[in-house]
Design a protein around this ligand. Sequence first.
Ligand SMILES: [Zn+2]
Length: 127
Amino acid sequence: MTTAELLKNRAGFEDKLRKLIGRPILLIELDMFALPCGCAGITANTRGLEVDDLEVFEPQILPLLKEMASNLDVKSTVTFARLVPGSSIVASLNWRVLCPRCYPEFARGEGKTPRPDLYILQFERKK
Ligand SMILES: [Zn+2]
């Protein structure tokens, strides 16, 4: 994992989202993160992306999300959009490898929006 790869993936993902949705979506920042609890992953902060876009284009967005995870070698347990509650704004897309402590919190949730600030795009349930 190099910064050059991060840059390439930021630009590539932004370009594909724009072509798909047909509006100037911005990926203002692409980050890799590690949390004290043990969770780790990627965050893509977005501007111009709306919840409607996720609903309409979900079948086309899912392969792009998968591609990003695989390019950056992140085996995400959950991929979700962080929403601004009470609005249609998508603040970020998040790929997270859940730690054992945080996993139940996501596994407990039902449906696409277990919380007003979350829109679940992919969840790998443990057997
Ligand atoms: Zn955690």
